[in-house]
Design a protein around this ligand. Structure first.
Ligand code: ATP
Length: 553
């Protein structure tokens, strides 16, 4: 006779014991090394997240201490806030800011709804994640475990790095055991190659950037591209990964494709660094600038998303086979709101794009003298695009003085490029730059309004000067025959100005250019001249090295 089936045991409701003055509220999640719970603090009833990291060996204990130390020492707007750590007999209890959900939850929700994340949202989250990663990299750390479940969205809507178990100092050995070192889906190809045959490999900042690229790709395409059940399958998927083919398949072109290729290059040294990416503004220029309106709609979208999620959860908890119609209609109305908000964002982005395209499609061709008016050309002769100082350039007290002349055209939009040649330099100073057209035009006798708190530009001795009185050596001394090109980007946020001498970019660029400007020249000596070679409206700014330093207007 066969044994009767044993009666299944009733599942015990498990309540986690947390130390005073905290009280268990609910379990939020379970990671590889610990569980995370919502707790409330008595008597204030403030709510926090508490991560319980158990230890049963010296090695576990040290690992926990390491995570706590890295987290508490690396506090930043884009890192989850550390409150305190309590050591128990068998576990460390780490108290953290309570976040509303993880990026993984958002990605899963979008996958369920069959859609992709809105690009405004992608930009907002990735900008936050990038700032967090760049902060760690600047401090000589490696994050080591970037993935959706480790990016937490705070109650303030800010995305933060949430799990510091993988953080190591640059160059520290990283174990090749996936159970201990990051998640294999986000491992860069070199980690598999270096781990070959050996027990360990080195984590790197370039490895973090690979994971950042994978996360960005997943957010943009709505799916993960590294797949596989076993470690061997995942390794094969990573080693076969080809961003070019994916972009082709997904119809990703232009700047987004360039950025993804820069992050997901097989060769670590070719990957763009976090700091370069922050400085380059590439993420912003690709995914569109954040505006108060886009922020507003992104917040609305998030609120609608959250409400939809919690309504779904409530319904699931009720576990009622027949869902009452009012709840169904609430879900439907939320879904409609969500679609409307998404549609509005798409519309806004489309109109912003059209405006940008319109302003950049108008190309001004080569400058002709007839097309220009000067504000006060009385101290100059303008002849065949050559502007020559005509008077002796002395003040009444006999000191040398400058005369300035400005184009009357006021520039407010577009990417403007003006190229001049140092035509004949009669041993005196020459300046070339911009003035704020909303401020008074400086008197004759000054450089291009120099030190009048309304101008900035380049001097013949290669210095970039700003109206905030600072000036920096941007190029070596310029000489007769040199070509100087000034490029003003009035579409970017902030507006920028940069110079190129003989098409080589300077060491500095300038930010914070006023919203409307005029181009001007200052010449010190009689018979010194410059030649205006062209004035163009460019479709986009000239790409330059990421290492340029910033000087403020
Ligand atoms: N401060 C927090 N506020 C709210 N939820 C949190 C917080 N920290 C973690 N969580 C939740 O708890 C879950 C488990 O987090 P944990 O960092 O332990 O592991 P994990 O990242 O999911 O997995 P792994 O250990 O594999 O990295 C997270 O996915 C997240 O949803």
């Amino acid at each position: 006779m066969s044994e009767p089936h044993p009666k299944p045991k009733a599942k015990k409701r498990f309540e986690v014991k947390v130390p005073d003055p905290y009280m268990f509220v609910r379990t939020l999640g379970q990671g590889r090394f610990g569980s995370v719970h919502e707790v409330s603090k008595t008597p204030t009833d403030e709510h926090f997240a508490m991560k319980i990291l158990t230890f049963s060996s010296e090695a576990d204990y040290k690992k926990n201490e390491h995570e706590i130390s890295k987290l508490s020492k690396n506090q930043h707007r884009n890192v989850v806030r550390f409150v305190q750590a309590i050591e128990g007999d068998l576990a460390h209890f780490v108290v953290l800011e309570l976040c509303s959900h993880s990026l993984q939850d958002e990605l899963s929700e979008h996958k369920k709804l069959g859609g992709k994340m809105d690009v405004v949202r992608v930009y907002g989250v990735m900008r936050d994640v990038l700032n967090g990663i760049a902060y760690l990299h600047l401090r000589g750390e490696i994050y080591g475990d970037l993935k959706g479940s480790n990016v937490l969205i705070g109650k303030d809507g800010v995305a933060k790095l949430g799990d510091f178990g993988g953080v190591v100092g640059a160059g520290t050995m990283k174990t090749s055991n996936p159970a201990e070192s990051g998640t294999m889906q986000f491992w860069a190809p070199e980690l598999f190659k270096k781990a070959d045959g050996a027990e360990s490999s080195v984590g790197s900042r370039a490895g973090d950037m690979w994971a950042f690229g994978q996360l960005l790709l997943e957010m943009l395409t709505g799916r993960s591209w590294i797949v596989g059940e076993s470690a061997v399958d995942i390794q094969q998927s990573v080693l076969e990964f080809d961003i070019g083919k994916i972009c082709e398949r997904e119809g990703i072109v232009g700047e987004v494709q360039v950025l993804l290729s820069l992050l997901l290059s097989e060769t670590p040294s070719k990957r763009m660094s976090s700091v370069e990416l922050v400085r380059s503004n590439r993420l912003q220029s690709i995914l569109g600038p954040e505006t108060p309106l886009s922020r507003f709609f992104a917040a609305q979208l998030e609120a609608a998303n959250n409400e939809l999620k919690s309504t779904r959860q409530q319904l699931l908890q009720q576990q009622s086979p027949t869902v009452s119609s009012p709840d169904n209609s609430r879900i439907q109305s939320l879904e409609t709101e969500l679609l409307a908000a998404q549609e509005e964002i798409r519309r806004l982005k489309e109109s912003a794009r059209t405006q940008r395209d319109e302003s950049s499609s108008a190309q001004t061709t080569t400058f002709t003298q007839a097309s220009f008016d000067f504000t006060d050309p009385s101290h100059f002769r303008v002849d065949n695009n050559i502007i020559t100082r005509t008077d002796a350039g002395k003040n009444e007290d006999g000191n040398t003085r400058y005369s300035s002349v400005f184009l009357t055209d006021v520039l407010e939009t577009g990417v403007i490029s003006v190229e001049i040649t140092l035509h004949s330099q009669n041993n005196g100073d020459l300046y070339f730059g911009l003035i704020d057209s909303n401020r008074p035009i400086p008197e004759i006798g000054y450089r291009v309004g120099c030190y009048l708190d309304n101008s900035a530009g380049l001097s013949y001795y290669g210095y970039l000067w700003s109206s905030s009185h600072s000036s920096k050596e941007c190029f070596p001394y310029l000489s007769q025959g040199d070509s100087i090109r000034m490029e003003v980007d009035l579409n970017s946020t902030p507006r920028t100005l940069q110079f190129f001498v003989n098409e080589k970019a300077g060491k500095y660029f300038m930010s914070g250019i006023p919203s409307s400007v005029r181009i001007g020249f200052s010449i010190q000596h009689e018979n010194s001249s410059i030649r205006i070679d062209n004035l163009l409206r460019l479709p986009r700014p000239t790409p330059t090295s990421m290492r340029m330093k910033k000087l403020k207007w």
